[in-house]
Design a binder for this molecule. Sequence first.
Ligand code: ADP
Length: 249
Amino acid sequence: MTTAMSKPASSTHPQRGELAVHAKGVTKHYGKGDNKVLALRGVDLEIAYGELMMLVGPSGCGKTTLISVIAGILDRDEGELSVFGNDYAKQGQRIKTLWRGANIGFVFQQFNLLPTLTAAENAAVPLMILGESRASAVKKAKDMMSRVGLESKFNSLPSQLSGGQQQRVAIARALVHQPKLIVCDEPTSALDATTGHAVLRLLKGVALQEDRALVIVTHDSRIFGFADRVATMDDGKIVTIGKPSEVMQ
Ligand code: ADP
């Protein structure tokens, strides 16, 4: 039987250039009354399969809110949103959580590593949540950690790692279950230029597999060149979208 977790996004294999994310008129507010903040004021965004989209803009313009809505962590107020053909608004909480766990990988600004687990166990968590055995999950996590240059840190606790190493564990954890959509909030903020480029090459390699898409929120202009397109946000809306060379002018 096909479960909600393992079900493909559509019955036919997606083709490069098809839409992975479709958002139209998406709004989101926080708070009530005098404290109400309109964080998203009608976002239109389309991301293709295999595309690496970067999201830039001043602090407070809504970038984290937008990726949280796209990732199904926050519910939108209004508008259309389809992620690999899936509409979170039509899912119950349990199914949404399962779908998200199987299909989405996150790299948060705070790395959210569990302090009592080793680095490899942390990176294995998404697979264990999906029901994979501990041994198999940790083996795959170690493979992914090796790809981000952490082969000597499998058994380290997060407290024994530098900020940059913790960030790479978080990236390995986001990729280990081969999610269709990878959502990253400032993934290179704690990395030096060389490591940042290595991580972007890895992320881009994943995105290039045709049924994956990647959204990266960043302030780091050193990595803009890795994007297929860069969307600039201001005051809860996307104001420009184009190739990195156009945005960097
Ligand atoms: P960015 O990621 O671009 O810095 P955010 O999406 O974090 O922007 O925030 C957009 C707006 O929503 C800001 O005005 C911010 O203060 C507000 N905001 C974000 N999260 C919350 C929250 N949990 N409660 C209330 N306001 C929030």
